[in-house]
Design a protein around this ligand. Sequence first.
Ligand SMILES: NC(=O)C1=CN([C@@H]2O[C@H](COP(=O)(O)OP(=O)(O)OC[C@H]3O[C@@H](n4cnc5c(N)ncnc54)[C@H](OP(=O)(O)O)[C@@H]3O)[C@@H](O)[C@H]2O)C=CC1
Ligand SMILES: CC(=O)N[C@@H](CCC(=O)OP(=O)(O)O)C(=O)O
Length: 306
Amino acid sequence: MTQKPVVFIDGEAGTTGLEIRERLAPLPVTLHSVDHAHRKDPAARKEAMQAADLVVLCLPDDASREAVEMAAELGDASPRILDASTAFRTAPGWVYGFPELEAGQAEAIAIAPCVANPGCYPTGAIALLRPLVEAGVMDAHYPVCINAISGYSGGGRSMIEAHERDGSPAFELYGLKLEHKHVPEIHQHAGLKRRPVFVPSVGHFARGMIVSIPLHLDDLNGNVSGEDLHNILEKRYAGQDHVRVLAAEPKLSAEALAGSDRMELRVHANTQNRQALLTARLDNLGKGASGAALQNIRLMLGLNAA
Ligand SMILES: NC(=O)C1=CN([C@@H]2O[C@H](COP(=O)(O)OP(=O)(O)OC[C@H]3O[C@@H](n4cnc5c(N)ncnc54)[C@H](OP(=O)(O)O)[C@@H]3O)[C@@H](O)[C@H]2O)C=CC1
Ligand SMILES: CC(=O)N[C@@H](CCC(=O)OP(=O)(O)O)C(=O)O
C-alpha cells in the first residue's frame, strides 16, 4: 500500500486554514498539525514542514514570506508549497494556482514546487477579462474598471469579529487610494497592459462576492454584441466543473453561492445602448480561497480520482 501524502497547514486555525482543513478531511492525506499553543513557534513549524510533502500557507503576507524562507532552509527536505496569501502571486518562479486560466495551467500546477493560490477578487476579474483579451475583443490597453463586493469573512478573523460585534457598517467602500493589493495580480494575469481601476467594498454579510466590470461595447474590437462576449466565455470554460457561464439575470444576490466552490460568470447587455456588464459571483472563502486551494492540492498530490 502506498503511503498517504502528508499535508501541514500553517495557519490552520485561521479563516482560510480551517476551511481547507474541513475540505481535506475526506481525502486520502495525513494532516500534520502543530499544537495550537506553538502555532507561531518557528522551530515547531519548521519541524512540521520537514515532515510534510505539501505545506499550505494560510497566513498574513509577511508570515508567508517568512515561512517560505524557512522551507527553503530545509534544502533537499524542503516540501512543496501552496500559498494562500498575496505574497507570491506575481512572483517569478511561482505558478499561479488558477487551473482554468489557460490550456496547460492545471498540468503546470500539478508539477510545480511552489503554487500561489489566487486572490478572491482576482479570481472573478481574471476569469472575465483574460478570455476577452486573448480573443482580441478587448484591447490590452482598454480602460478597465472593476467594482466588487465581498462578505466580511474576506477580511479574516479581525473583520469577522468586528462585524459580529455591533456597529459594523452595512456597506463600505474601501481601497480608495486605488492601490489595493490585488491590482498587480489582476493586471498581470488578466493580460492587461493598462493598470485597471479597482473599487472593492464590503457588506454586512458573512460570505459571498460579486465582481462586476462595466463595458462600452463600441470601445471593444469587432463590433461585438453581449451574445458574442457570452459565447467567448462559454467556449473558454466548457467542461470546467468550478466555473459556469450562465444567462443574464435581472438581479444578483452576492450571497447565493455561500458555501459553494463554484463561480458563475454572466454577461448582462443592453443592445440598444451598446453597453454590457460582466459579472462573476463566487464565495470569497470557496472558489475565492479554500475551494481553489483544494483544486490545487488535488492537482499537486495527484488526488483527482479520490
Ligand atoms: N478570508 C478570505 O476570504 C481570503 C483570505 N486569503 C488569504 O489567506 C491568508 C489567511 O487569511 P485568513 O484566513 O482570512 O486570515 P485569518 O486572520 O483568519 O487567519 C490567519 C491565521 O494565521 C495565524 N498567524 C498569523 N501570524 C502567524 C505566524 N507568524 N505564524 C503562524 N501563524 C500565524 C493567525 O493566528 P492568530 O489569529 O492567532 O494571530 C491565524 O490563525 C491571507 O494571506 C489572506 O490574504 C485568501 C483568499 C480569501
Ligand atoms: C473584505 C476584505 O477585506 N477582503 C480582503 C481580500 C481578501 C484577502 O485578503 O484575500 P486574498 O488576497 O488572499 O484574496 C481585502 O480586501 O484585503
